[in-house]
Design a protein around this ligand. Structure first.
Ligand code: ADP
Ligand code: MG
Length: 308
């Protein structure tokens, strides 16, 4: 800024020194237009130069307004000079620190959430599941020995307990994605089959070739995002058809969950959770929604060359 103003003043002084224009000690009327034109030229040149040197500041303001956790923000080129470049560099490094902090705290929260889910799933399966199984066996013995009179009630109780046991196992399975033990492709297919069975909606599943040795964190992120997307479809979309696709190219894994129901998304805790999970593995979630349905697309960068 100082340089620009210095430049303008130097040019103005040179113009005064070299031009034939002169000003009397008491300004004459004929000299006023010359002074006015000179002033306008100096102000315009100053405004243009100052404006152009402050352009990066406008970009910085726009970029600050765009910062929208948990999405990753673009960094600014550290163009400009002197103080401005320092400001942009500091802003970029503040974004780096903010994103690193957010990534590590959401990783800790999600890890705690997963382990809590595991614990609840284990207790549901091992404690309640076991007790219901024992109750079923005892009831079966009672039914075998009971007279004909109370048989219908006993059989009804038996069916209720059996249904309850099924529900407990389903909940435990949803909480703890055991299916992932057999790989992501298997887990996604199982999830889609279960979804189709539970909702009656037809699901077109196309899981292409996925690397055999995927990072477990990536598998879990994909699985949980597919799970949340399908839950959203069931809760909000009323679709006729759902498509679930996943495939890996050499350097990225792409997963897509689409439906042909009614769309319009106002992001809530579920979608925010998806974005936070995606950040854990440097992935991006894009959601497109319109009158003909909704599409959730997850892109995860894979390192380590072509998919095995
Ligand atoms: N597949 C979808 N089809 C239509 N609307 C959807 C779909 N997914 C999400 N939505 C809309 O986006 C909102 C936010 O979703 P989400 O963040 O998961 O929160 P929640 O499911 O708890 O409402 C939902 O309330 C719903 O209105
Ligand atoms: Mg939801």
């Amino acid at each position: 800024m100082f340089l620009i103003n210095g430049l303008i003043f130097t040019l103005g002084t040179l113009a005064l020194a070299l031009s034939p224009a002169s000003v009397s000690s008491r300004i004459q009327l004929t000299e006023v237009p010359v002074l006015a034109v000179g002033l306008v030229i100096i102000l315009t040149a100053n405004a243009v130069l100052v404006r152009s040197s402050l352009d990066p500041l406008d970009e910085l303001t726009t970029s600050m307004q765009r910062v929208d956790p948990p999405q990753r923000s673009d960094r600014l080129d550290d163009q400009g000079n002197g103080d401005l470049r320092d400001l942009i560099t500091s802003f970029n490094s503040m974004l780096d620190r903010m994103e690193a902090e957010r990534a590590s705290s959401s990783a800790a929260i999600l890890a705690a959430q997963e382990s809590e889910r595991q614990r609840i799933a284990r207790e549901l399966h091992d404690e309640i599941g076991q007790s219901l199984t024992v109750a079923l066996l005892t009831l079966k013995r009672a039914i075998d020995r009971a007279p004909a009179g109370p048989q219908p009630e006993l059989e009804y109780t038996q069916q209720t307990i059996r249904a309850c046991l099924g529900e407990v196992r389903d909940i435990a399975r949803r909480l703890r994605p055991d299916a992932l033990d057999l790989g992501l492709a298997h887990a996604l297919t199982a999830l889609c089959n279960e979804y189709a069975r539970a909702t009656g909606v037809s699901v077109v599943t196309h899981v292409g070739h996925l690397p055999a040795q995927l990072d477990p964190q990536i598998e879990l992120v994909c699985y949980r995002i597919a799970q949340e997307s399908l839950t959203n479809v069931a809760r909000h979309a009323r679709p006729r058809k759902v498509w679930v696709e996943a495939h890996a190219a050499s350097d990225e894994l792409v997963m897509r969950i689409a439906d042909d129901g009614g769309g319009i998304i106002r992001e809530g805790a579920g979608i925010r959770g998806m974005r936070e999970r995606a950040l854990l593995v440097d992935a991006t979630v894009t959601i497109a929604s319109g009158a003909d349905g909704t599409e959730v697309r997850l892109r995860i960068p894979l390192d380590g060359g072509p998919a095995a």
